[in-house]
Design a protein. Structure first.
Length: 398
């Protein structure tokens, strides 16, 4: 064993301890395991409680997430369901006001039922977070950078403040956008979760979520809920996720390179682009101070809803699709798609531009991606091509 093995190597590792030395982890497609005797259940008895393929996946995840323990469940939202079950009736909870739409939906649902007392605040403003916390705050939900507005939360500063002043408040961090390659959130939070539907699996062929922690009591409580509710990831999906993980590092490296190039190219044409890797991003330095990269999701505004629609529908390589993290490049209009469940008034309050286009960049050849976007920008009328030059056409009409 090489000491301090890099995460790039850990993700590829095919260790599985198989009795026949299989090169690839075996798939235990079984719900039950025969017992040695009526009283000796052995390590596994029933797949809701545990399955060897799931164990292999969770061991690998724990290593790359620098966790004591990681759990694989049926979706990113499944993670949130498990985590919120650690709360008691009426517990005080703080959440960012720009969290993933599904997170907002579940937390608000619980709040309306009286299950929790929820405060949505601007967590990108650390002073607001400090003022909102009280002795009774049981959990805080953070996400950085947010999507599609790409707002950065000062996780290290918030974590330091909470640990010094409110040690009973659990910090929960959704790391779907950055993956364990760019940050080890457990250095700052108590519970980390990610939608593995996105980058971790990378191929948009399974739904999955992963939860990780270091504290033994939290680990035990999370396992209790997963076993009790039966949301552990199915063996075949665990097997697919193990396969997907092997290329995480190389996929994400190319996706990030492509995303940065596209962000710079769009900005040069004259669009307002949101991407934490652009020096023009107001929180570029903050993001860089605790992340090793910038991810592969960016958004830009055209100034015209009609043009934005035409751009999305006019691409050939970029598919009009919700979600992100796939090897294929995707394009969407959040206000019409992923964020349509947030009503127009709230979208306006959060300054979510109706003409915003989100790009989730894949691993294709960058020249092809540029060419695809270029023809769509020109056909939509947002850009005019004169010789080799792309000239932005401004329109004041939304
Ligand atoms: C997609 C997503 C989720 C939800 O994950 P699912 O696997 O779709 O349930 C949670 N948080 C973020 C940031 C996401 O992008």
């Amino acid at each position: 064993m090489v000491k301090n093995t890099s995460i790039n190597t850990l993700v590829v590792s095919s260790y599985n301890g198989d009795q026949h030395n299989a090169s690839v982890a075996p798939l235990y497609q079984t719900t039950t395991f025969k017992q040695n005797s009526l009283t000796d259940m052995g390590e596994y008895d029933y797949t809701r409680s545990g399955n060897p393929t799931r164990t292999l996946l969770e061991q690998k995840l724990a290593k790359i997430m620098k966790a004591e323990k990681a759990y694989a469940v049926t979706s990113g939202m499944g993670c949130l369901d498990v985590i919120t079950r650690l709360l008691g009736p009426g517990d005080e909870v703080i959440a960012g006001d720009d969290l993933y739409g599904g997170t907002h939906r579940l937390l608000t649902f619980m709040h309306k039922k009286g299950a929790i007392k929820l405060k949505h605040i601007d967590t990108t403003n650390t002073e607001v977070v400090k003022k909102t916390l009280t002795k009774n705050t049981k959990m805080i939900f953070l996400e950085s950078p947010t999507n599609p507005l790409i707002k950065v939360v000062d996780l290290p500063a918030i974590s330091k403040f909470i640990r010094a002043n409110y040690p009973n408040c659990l910090i929960v961090f959704d790391n779907t956008m950055m993956t364990p390659l760019l940050i080890s959130p457990l250095d700052y939070c108590d519970i980390q979760y990610e939608s593995a539907t996105k980058y971790l699996n990378g191929h948009h062929d399974i739904m999955a979520g992963v939860i990780a922690a270091r504290d033994p009591k939290i680990i035990q409580d999370l396992y209790f809920v997963i076993n009790a509710t039966g949301c552990g990831l199915a063996p075949f999906d665990c097997w697919l996720l193990l396969r997907g993980l092997k290329t995480l590092s190389i996929r994400f490296e190319r996706q990030q390179q492509n995303a940065l190039k596209l962000a710079e190219w769009l900005e040069k044409i004259g669009f307002k682009v949101r991407f934490p890797g652009l020096k023009s991003h107001p929180q570029y330095a903050l993001h860089k101070s605790f992340n090793k990269g910038f991810g592969a999701v960016l958004s830009f505004e055209t100034g015209s809803i009609k043009q934005s629609e035409a751009i999305c529908e006019g691409t050939a390589i970029f598919g009009v699709t919700v979600s992100f993290g796939c090897v294929n490049s995707l394009i969407s209009m959040p206000c019409k798609m992923s964020h349509a469940s947030i009503d127009a008034k709230t979208r306006a309050e959060r300054a979510l531009p109706e003409d915003l286009i989100r790009l989730c960049v894949g691993i294709e050849d960058i020249d092809d991606l540029v060419q695809d976007l270029e023809q769509s920008l020109v056909n939509s009328g947002a850009v005019k091509k004169v010789g080799n030059q792309l000239i932005r056409q401004y329109t004041s009409k939304l």
